[in-house]
Design a protein around this ligand. Sequence first.
Ligand code: 13P
Ligand code: SF4
Length: 357
Amino acid sequence: ANDELHARIRAAKETLGSRVVILGHFYQRDEVVQHADFLGDSFQLANAAQTVPEAETIVFCGVHFMAETADILAKPTQNVILPNLAAGCSMADMADLDSVEECWAQLEEIYGAEPDADGRVPVIPVTYMNSSAALKGFCGRHGGIVCTSSNAETVLEDAFARGQRVLFFPDQHLGRNTAKKMGVALEQMPMWNPRKPLGGSTSEQLQDARVILWHGFCSVHKRFNVGQIEAARAEFPGVRVIVHPECPMEVVDAADEAGSTDYIRKAVAAATEPTTFAIGTEINMVNRLAAEFPQHTIFCLDPVVCPCSTMYRIHPGYLAWVLEELVAGRSPNVIEVDEVTAADARLALERMLALRP
Ligand code: 13P
Ligand code: SF4
């Protein structure tokens, strides 16, 4: 049955030619990846959405926030299609506009709105790419910026140059890991939680705060722990442990390196000697690396399989369906961000894209 599906996908793609381009995230399953015209991490895919002017339609094999971003950055005449509308991201759902506005109002009460002597505003909002378009729009309206896991440090440098402190959402781990690497002390990173605003921090702690963290996390990367790293080191002396920065701080600290999906890929590809890699990220990507680089021993740190269940919802059956609909002149599952939100979100995205990679 799968062979038949792949044949249908190939036939529809051939009929559509350059009218359609398929973008795929590294976490997609192999049956989907084999049909992608461009594979990348979330930063590369955002860039790619701007650089396929000939395509009338972008079929985005990833999750909802990525398709929204593609719609914001693509030309107005281009449609973006998400093959399965249920492909969301549980982390992105952990911050909504109402809660962020509530938090922002509290921060304004605490810090006021006046810039300091160097012209730096009290707080710059920074949203991880893994967030709704509404939150990217919020950042655009408030002088804020988007980051991905591949440029979080560069983005925070920009934010600290323009602001005294940062409100970072939704991923507490990427925020904490990045700020810590830049020398921000843990005491300077209070956490905002809607049930317990600013975690009961004293006013002195709040005045010293550099990064105010949100309470979000990725349920896939939360599974990794220090015990798994210790077990890998015991079994494979000399193993190189690389994890994604969405992992908890203790895991990033215990690993040899941390970086985005593209960083992990490049690190494996660049190894000249046969090497054992223990990787802390989504299983489809780890298995693909293992198959692609047989000279190395590559395994996932989590012995129990850990796919991103929402990325996995892009089944080749959905891909075949949307492509055949396009052949028939219909456009199902179009992701369309309203123009007002899109204009604000574009500001925050373009601030990011203008920074050096
Ligand atoms: P990358 O930015 O590394 O592609 O990660 C996206 C993501 O969703 C990780 O969970
Ligand atoms: Fe969201 Fe985590 Fe899946 Fe990435 S791996 S899309 S952060 S749930």
